[in-house]
Design a protein. Structure first.
Length: 557
């Protein structure tokens, strides 16, 4: 009997044409496997939004087919959305020891720990999920325990690299498994999904080990307190700070919730080597001489509420930066964060601190965790894929990655640059991109998930730009006449006491509009509100070129 063949489908619900909130889907017949579930921080246009996560409408519509969530590593843009997604769709979560430790910490906060099934994997694991089986290979990144994934399907092998670089002298001695990657390529790769973050950078990404040498040198030269800010999840960097502090006889204090969480979990699981006596509480910092303390803090991306920002504003309750202290920003600003970082650096200089910041290649305090062009070409050469899908990057990065693939022999027509929701269907070894699945962005605001849409954001934008004008009209139930002059309330529009003529004219126009409607025996309150809004709106734009939100309120007493 002839075996029934099905389409192999590959698509993203997040993580293409952007950096962040990664989520990819591999589907064969009735087996759906999800890779990563990240979050992304909003830009300044998404007012009041805390987080952006992928839209999983397609997964919810096919939840009986969803077999598992496989997590490549423990960075926020790969695990940040997991608590919010698991509230809607419960599925087993596969990840390495450190990755699961970080995920468990998140789920504990959301009350989901008891209802989630965790399966620990490593580079030697094999997972059978119906028609698709999975194997793995070790990669380097800026956090330990990173895996690439091989999906063994009846149609052929699909490889997802995860985030990677080729660091041949890694700090934690977790080497990239080049031998296994070459064997995977030798066995045949139908499609390769490879990250594109550094596709525009030439050469190779330097080893993390170089950063440790520069950190130790800076610690030796610092005469007073040292403040060093980096990504909390960069466990390799944290270990180098701890090692440099030990060699210079300094105690280490932690500032920032995420920094405390990551260090606690990494120490518990054995990924950070730090003697108990080396760690001190922030309340103890001032008990030690300045030259014997290092403060390891969050805020390297200029986040307004993070520890470094509060320190630069002298608004931290326990610790302050004094003249002569050294501040090291051991990270490069993510595109879009440059202005916030520059503001913090200016504040630090005003505090008369010595500040070491800027591009990692200039200061030696940061190297990327992502492979540059030569490493991306090496991955392509090792895997030798028939089809190539560049992922995880903005469009220009995906485009550049496609050019790199062409330079090592992947034909242009076999490369697919996808938008979120675009589906690559592969049948009989032939790939096509002709359809989409429903997806988009889900906005998280406080405890609300997806309840803030375009209309609410538009209103917030109006309020932030031109303020609000509230017009309260009180009518009598008995004779339907105005009982008093309208009350005009301005918030963020104009200062009432300095704009009396404008307020008087708004009052007069409101009275005229209401009386005209009363004479016409109009009883629908919606008509009253719309008439008042239009009359006042046109007048204000003509007079002062502003469009505040106008909110008429009709009270019947």
């Amino acid at each position: 009997m002839k075996e029934t063949r099905h389409n192999l489908s590959i698509f993203a619900l997040g993580g293409v044409n952007e950096i962040g909130k990664n989520m990819y889907v591999i589907q064969y017949a009735d087996d759906i496997i999800v890779v990563d579930c990240g979050s992304k921080f909003p830009d300044e246009h998404l007012l009041g939004i805390d987080l952006i996560i992928p839209d999983i409408t397609y997964l919810l519509e096919n939840q009986s087919k969803v077999k598992a969530l496989i997590v490549t590593h423990g960075h926020e843009d790969h695990i940040g959305g997991i608590p919010y997604i698991l509230k809607q769709l419960n599925m087993p979560v596969y990840g390495t020891r450190l990755t699961l430790g970080l995920i468990e910490s998140k789920l504990r906060e959301h009350g989901l720990l008891g209802s989630t099934r965790f399966i620990e994997i490593d580079s030697d694991s094999n997972v059978d999920l119906g028609a698709v089986s999975l194997s793995f290979f070790s990669t380097n990144h800026s956090i330990p325990d990173c895996l690439g994934i091989v999906f063994h399907t009846p149609e052929g092998n699909v490889v997802h690299t995860g985030d990677f670089k080729f660091d041949l002298t890694p700090v934690n001695e977790q080497y990239p498994d080049l031998y296994r990657m070459a064997n995977i390529g030798h066995s045949g790769v139908l499609a390769l999904l490879s990250e594109s973050t550094n596709a525009e950078r030439t050469g190779f990404t330097p080893s993390e080990r170089l950063v440790g040498e520069h950190i130790e040198e800076a610690f030796k030269k610092a005469p007073k307190k040292i403040f060093i800010s980096t990504f909390a999840s960069n466990v390799h960097r944290l270990q180098q700070v701890i090692d440099a502090a030990g060699k210079t006889n300094r105690k280490v204090a932690l500032l920032g919730r995420s920094m405390v969480n990551v260090v606690t979990i990494a120490r518990k699981l054995g990924y950070l080597d730090m003697p108990d006596e080396q760690l001190i509480d922030t309340s103890e910092v001032n008990r030690y001489s300045p030259e014997s303390v290092v403060i390891l803090c969050t805020g390297s991306q200029g986040e307004p509420m993070a520890a470094l920002s509060r320190l630069s504003n002298s608004s931290h309750r326990q610790i302050e930066i004094l003249p002569g202290d050294t501040v090291i920003i051991a990270a490069t600003p993510i595109p879009g964060n440059e202005r916030n970082v520059s503001r913090i650096v200016d504040n630090l200089f005003q505090l008369k601190a010595k500040v070491i910041y800027g591009s990692g290649t200039l200061t030696g305090m940061h190297v990327s965790g992502h492979g540059s062009q030569e490493e991306l070409k090496l991955m392509l050469t090792l895997m030798k894929p028939k089809y190539f899908i560049p992922i995880h990057g903005e469009f220009r990065m995906l485009h550049q990655h496609r050019l790199l693939a062409e330079s090592v022999g992947v034909s242009q027509e076999n490369t697919f640059i996808l938008n979120i929701g675009d589906v690559v269907d592969i049948s009989n070894q032939t790939a096509r991109q002709t359809r989409k699945v429903p997806t988009g962005n889900i906005l998280v605001d406080g405890l609300g998930i997806g309840d803030v849409g375009n209309v609410v954001l538009r209103d917030r934008k109006v309020l932030s730009e031109d303020g609000i004008l509230i017009v309260v009209v009180t009518l009598s139930k008995t004779d339907s006449k105005m009982m008093s002059k309208p009350d005009i309330i301005s918030r963020g529009f104009v200062y009432v006491r300095e704009s009396e003529d404008l307020m008087d004219e708004i009052n007069r126009m409101t009275v005229a509009a209401v009386n005209q409607l009363l004479e016409m025996n109009v009883s629908q309150w919606g008509v009253y509100k719309q008439t008042i809004k239009e009359a006042i709106g046109k007048y204000l734009y003509t007079q002062i070129q502003r469009r505040p939100m106008i909110l008429p309120i009709i009270i019947h007493v």
